[in-house]
Design a protein around this ligand. Structure first.
Ligand code: ANZ
Ligand code: ZN
Length: 821
């Protein structure tokens, strides 16, 4: 008799699957298509436990849909540009490609061992010239549409990595990668105009509602940050040495205009320098130096004491002509709204804190029935009635907002305005290992895009080690033979742009490339793209809630607008798998609680590790490796596998005479599993599968034993369902049952609905604790139905004897207890 050995299965099956091309979609339209995608990995070292979890989840979906008869695209590739490769290359005096591709090979081998049901023929790496050629091509199309542009502006700067960072890469004021506090630096940088798409990125989330985790949608909504309000133009009085000028503010509360008692501009904005009087100039300059060192988070903190400098100027309130002192302060941000505000201390806490610090007046204009904010120090918010506000007096806040806007419009000093928190996407990086920006700078012609037929602009291969060290300019700038080129336009000496693209550009369209990764006429084959897009199920970590997912949505919309793609959302459904913890904490070097995936696989086998990941909790929840039992999983797998040893009937046997009880369990499991899988309840499917294995074993050990055709039917169902979680064991079991490979394409077994009807159970009905009736009911009866039946019983009515009812306690399907009044 055979012995369950994961090692021999792992040695045997991968080659068979590869030879049979089990996971390559037929892609001929004969079957309905489904695209299942895991967020592609970054090649840092070998796979870790986090990969093992995420990819186990995605693979369950892909394998399930394949069993259901869909033609499934489930590709794999690598997000292979980025800083770690460059840092490793500097350390080892190597080229970043060496480290990158060595790691990719290691990970690819691990993925194959892990039996990810991927179509390996579609493998791609974003650092391959065949890939980044098309990243550059897309950049050019964005550029032509005015969606890629350069501008000078203060940018987030990581003083350790010596590169700029997108707003999205600054976490709590620090660099997302290295944790160093981020500073500001004025640089000329490339941007994608994602703000043009702010409205659509927000509105189209309604399509994703219910299919994406609500918290991801909430994070995106908040990041886009749509605010409805008004632009209001204030005249700034001329003084000696400074001419009159106009400054616009953004306010969400135009109803409070009469409550404005001062005016604030961002101290670090150029506007502050334009406004400041000669007397106040030095004080402002000194203050600006201090502001530079602060992060946006610190600046907006309500905990910090308010600071600022008077500019010496006055703004005129357009509604009542009042003169408001203009201050420069750090709590107003230069790059939000217009960088200037009207301050209404009675109804805005930050303004009130400032007013109290500098002894500025506080004038309530909204009667909320609360106390005077000047006294309490607490600004009053909420609903109320306007006062001290001229023509707005007596209106509710909701009516006063449009009324104030109407007045401003009539005066020509303001209008309704919708403001977004979202900024344009800063995409240039002063680092080497990324997609070169395909632009040439010519003294005569300005910015000249590299002609399409000269793409890709490839990275030089001779830069390695120290030559890649960050210097604040791109290492590419030092590669003069690379930099110096002829202008494609006029032929004069010109220079290549030396910045590279943020790696989030690479990952914003890779899911499109997977559809036709070898296509050479464009980023993807137009004849194929709409067959597969959008991705039906995307799987990945919640850490990508904003950056990657927002950027990918933006790219998809632009490419849609270019007429190249029907879909305008990339991912119809999103699953955020949980993390793998150890001892309740994320695994980390400093805690020393890391678990090595390779060791786990060697010890328990791939299937046991995969099954444990899936069984431990719902896919969205964290898995604590200290609490799970891969050895328990291994035991279960051996038990399932041994069923194959005991099946004594031939394939195709007539099952109708088989053991009815086992058949009911089998068919119920098939039906339930499908419904659970449709709702991503993978862990419950595993639990049901365990019950089915137990029931099958029970039948084998009694009655007709392994010769009962119901046993074969059950074992086959076990093999197919198990193939989603433990592909090796399932394949071997299927093989023992006399079927050719592969179980992955066996097809989802159909269930016989007539077998699901179960016998009735008896429900006991008590009145005041005494049994008064017994009812035969369906085991699936609802509480309401059972209550109705119980109250309708003649015996119960007799026992109640006309008394009313205080409470009815129902425990469907077994018990009803009625308490009379
Ligand atoms: C007057 C006012 C009265 C305001 C009031 C609020 C309450 P959201 O909702 O986040 O868009 N603001 C505008 N630009 C700013 C900047 N660059 N830095 C700091 N604060 C700024 O917030 C909009 C409100 O935040 C605006 O409405 C403005 O203050 C302030 F009772 O104007 B409000
Ligand atoms: Zn030129």
């Amino acid at each position: 008799e055979g012995v369950y050995s994961f090692a021999s299965m792992e040695a045997k099956w991968p080659q068979v699957w590869e030879d049979l091309k089990v996971f390559t979609p037929v892609d001929d339209g004969s079957r309905e298509r489904r695209y299942v995608l895991d967020m592609f990995p970054y090649p840092s070292g070998d796979l870790h436990m986090g990969h093992a979890e995420a990819f186990a989840m995605g693979d369950v979906v892909a394998r399930y849909l394949r069993q259901k008869g869909f033609d499934v695209l489930h590709p794999i590739g690598w997000d292979s540009f980025g800083l770690p490769a460059e840092n490793a290359a500097i350390k080892r005096n190597a080229h970043p490609s060496e480290w990158t591709y060595a790691n990719i090979d290691t990970q690819a081998a691990s993925f194959k061992r892990y039996a990810i049901s991927a179509d390996w023929s579609r493998r791609l790496h974003t650092s391959d010239p065949e890939y980044y050629r098309w990243t550059q091509w897309l950049f050019k199309r964005f550029y032509e549409r005015g969606l890629a542009y350069r501008k000078d502006s203060p940018v987030n700067w990581c003083p350790k990595d010596l590169t700029v960072l997108a707003n999205e890469q600054v976490v709590n004021g620090a660099c997302e990668r290295c944790g160093t506090p981020v500073t500001k630096k004025s640089l000329n940088q490339w941007y994608f105009k994602i703000t043009d798409y702010a409205d659509r990125l927000l509105d189209d989330m309604s399509e994703l509602q219910g299919h994406w985790p609500e918290r991801v949608l909430a994070m995106q909504r908040n990041w886009i940050g749509r605010s409805e309000g008004a632009h209001v133009r204030f005249a700034i009085e001329a003084t000696d040495g400074r001419p009159e000028r106009e400054v616009t503010v953004f306010t969400t509360r135009p109803d409070t205009l009469y409550g404005a008692t001062f005016f604030v501009v961002a101290a670090d904005a150029h506007l502050a320098l334009d406004l400041v009087t000669p007397e106040q100039h030095d004080a402002l300059m000194a203050y600006r130096e201090k502001v530079k060192a602060l992060s946006d988070i610190e600046r907006q903190s309500t905990e910090r004491e308010k600071t600022g400098v008077f500019t010496g100027r006055y703004a005129i309130n357009p509604l009542n002509g009042e003169k408001l002192p203009v201050w420069a302060a750090d709590y107003v941000l230069a790059d939000y709204g217009t960088g200037a505000i009207m301050a209404v201390p009675a109804h805005d806490q930050r303004d009130l804190d400032f007013a109290r610090a500098f002894d500025l007046p506080v004038r309530p204009v909204l009667n909320t029935g609360g106390e005077d904010p000047a006294e309490t120090g607490i600004a009053t918010a909420g609903e109320g009635t306007l006062m001290n506000s001229g023509e707005l007096d007596g209106l509710s806040k909701a009516d006063a907002i449009p009324a104030a806007i109407a007045i401003l419009e009539k005066l020509g000093t303001g209008e309704k305005f919708v403001n977004f928190r979202l900024r344009d996407w800063l995409l240039s990086r002063q680092r080497f290992w990324g997609t070169p920006i395909p632009i040439i700078h010519c003294a005569e012609c300005g910015e000249v895009p590299v002609p399409d037929d000269q793409l890709p602009v490839t990275l030089p291969e001779n830069l390695r080690g120290e030559a890649l060290s960050p210097r604040g300019t791109s290492p590419l700038a030092a590669a003069l033979e690379w930099v110096n080129v002829e202008c494609p336009n006029c032929g004069r000496a010109a220079q290549r742009d030396t910045d590279t693209m943020d790696t989030f550009v690479d990952s914003s369209w890779y899911f499109l490339r997977f559809v036709s990764p070898h296509y050479t006429e464009g980023p993807f084959d137009p004849a194929k793209i709409n067959d597969w897009m959008p991705v039906g199920q995307y799987v990945g970590g919640v850490e990508h809630a904003i950056l990657h997912l927002l950027y990918a949505r933006f790219f998809t919309k632009v490419i849609h607008d270019m007429g190249m793609l029907d879909a305008d959302e990339p991912f119809s459904a999103l699953l955020n798998q949980g993390q793998v913890l150890n001892g309740g904490k994320a695994m980390s070097k400093s805690l020393g609680n890391g678990v090595d995936l390779g060791e786990q696989l060697d010890k328990f086998g791939v299937d046991a590790v995969r099954l444990t990941m899936v069984f431990a909790s719902p896919p969205e929840d964290d898995v604590d490796w200290a609490d799970v039992s891969p050895s328990g999983s291994a035991k279960f797998l051996a038990r399932a596998w041994r069923l194959g040893q005991d099946v004594a009937s031939e394939p195709g046997v007539d099952v109708s005479t088989g053991d009815r009880t086992l058949r009911t369990v089998t068919h119920r499991t098939i039906a339930d599993a499908a419904e659970l899988l449709d709702n991503n309840k993978f862990n419950v499917v595993v639990a049901k599968l365990m019950e089915l294995v137990n029931a099958t074993r029970k039948t084998i050990d009694s009655g007709a034993g392994g010769a009962d055709p119901a046993v074969r039917e059950a074992a086959e169902a076990v093999a197919v369902i198990l193939s989603l979680f433990a592909p090796y064991t399932a394949e071997d079991l299927w093989n023992q049952l006399g079927h050719p490979a592969s179980v992955a394409n066996a097809g989802w077994p159909s269930h016989d609905a007539s077998l699901l009807v179960q016998d009735t159970v008896t429900a006991v009905v008590q009145v005041q604790g005494k049994v008064r009736d017994r009812l035969d009911v369906s085991p699936d009866i609802s509480e309401d139905e059972l209550r109705e039946l119980a109250l309708a019983s003649e015996n119960v009515q007799r026992a109640l004897d006309g008394r009313g009812i205080r409470t009815v306690i129902v425990r469907a399907p077994k018990l009803v207890n009625i308490v009379p009044a």
